[in-house]
Design a protein around this ligand. Structure first.
Ligand code: UDP
Length: 321
């Protein structure tokens, strides 16, 4: 039986990866310190004999007994609001945490995939972004704690690959959405969904002309699995190239929730990228991967999840929990 360690396994992407590997008959060790992860995301896996949860902060020495064949390093705060609230943890998990999992991969002779990000391109000066673009990042701005930690993580990963011969994979993840995002994580979709579903104003930052390209989580984890099983050590973009403005995105949420909420404009956060769209030529040719889920279909599923979260919160509030 092959065994996989997933750091950040109780988070949004990590928990979907736990599901994918359990469904493909791996033994799964899920590690999380639960600062942004949530046990609810993996509650359905607890009790499964092939699933093990370890409560641990991956910036400290990582000890795992027995064989480990694959490691996926997905631990990190992942929303701009989280980086503002947890700047040091964000820097540490991307740098020290990546170092720890690289050391573990070397010892266990495991293959390691690290979650990097479109944020390594910063506020990009070329469009769409290809993997050979080096980026335009402000190291001392509020997003720098995430961007630079991930850039360091990529450098460290390539060093272990070149110097120690560790088998490594680097995925650059573009905006992804789906069930198990935190309703209050401050990202565009959870914010808009929460607002639309409770009749509050929709807070579009800036004039809303900035663009993003949103990938549904099932497409993303399929791309991750393909990259892990490939021979590609260079970074690979995984994301959905369908680009829309943030205003259009807010309007789509309003339409699908049949909400009466109105859009209001708020100040644009510092260093907010003006455009973002993945060039997925490399993923298409090397992995035979491309996204399948249309925005409307992915949004319907995700909005239903958020509606359920809001109902559950209201229920527990009325019980006085
Ligand atoms: N955004 C917004 N309103 C919100 C939250 C986010 O207009 O309540 C904007 C944000 O300024 C950015 C885009 O939506 O331009 C995507 O933001 P998100 O935090 O989801 O991710 P990012 O791509 O910036 O990391």
């Amino acid at each position: 039986m092959e065994r996989v360690l997933i750091t950040g396994g109780a988070g949004f992407l990590g928990s979907h990866l736990c599901d994918l590997f359990i469904n493909r008959d791996f033994d799964v060790v899920c590690m999380d310190n639960l600062i942004t992860g949530n046990m609810d995301n993996i509650a359905h896996l607890m009790g499964n004999p092939r699933f093990e949860f370890v409560h641990h902060d991956v910036t400290n020495f990582v000890y795992v007994e027995g064989n480990v064949d694959y490691i996926l390093h997905f631990a990190s705060p992942a929303s701009p609001l989280d980086y503002l609230e947890l700047p040091i943890q964000t820097l540490k998990v991307g740098s020290l945490g990546t170092h720890k999992v690289l050391g573990l991969a070397k010892k266990k002779k495991a293959r390691l995939l690290i979650a990097s990000t479109s944020e390594v391109y910063g506020d990009p000066l070329i469009h769409p972004q290809q993997e050979d673009y080096w980026g335009n990042v402000n190291p001392v701005g509020p997003r720098g704690v995430y961007d630079e930690a991930k850039r360091f993580a990529e450098a460290m990963t390539m060093a272990y690959h070149r110097y120690h011969g560790v088998e490594t994979r680097i995925i650059r993840i573009f905006n992804t959405y789906g069930p198990r995002m935190r309703l209050n994580d401050g990202r565009a979709l959870p914010a808009f969904a929460g607002q639309a579903l409770t009749g509050k104003d929709i807070t579009v930052f800036g004039d809303g002309s900035q663009t993003r390209s949103f990938c549904f989580v099932s497409d993303l984890v399929d791309g991750i699995y393909r990259l892990l099983m490939s021979d590609e050590a260079d970074p690979v973009n995984i994301g959905n190239p369908a680009e829309i403005t943030i205003t259009q995105f807010a309007e789509e949420v309003i339409r699908l929730t049949e909400s009466k909420s109105k859009i209001i404009n708020m100040p644009l956060p510092e260093d907010d990228p003006k455009v973002r769209q993945p060039d997925i030529t490399r993923a298409r040719s090397i992995l035979g991967w491309e996204p399948k889920v249309k925005l409307e279909d992915g949004l319907k599923e995700t909005l239903a999840y958020f509606a359920q979260c809001i109902k559950n919160e209201a229920k527990s509030a009325s019980k006085g929990d």
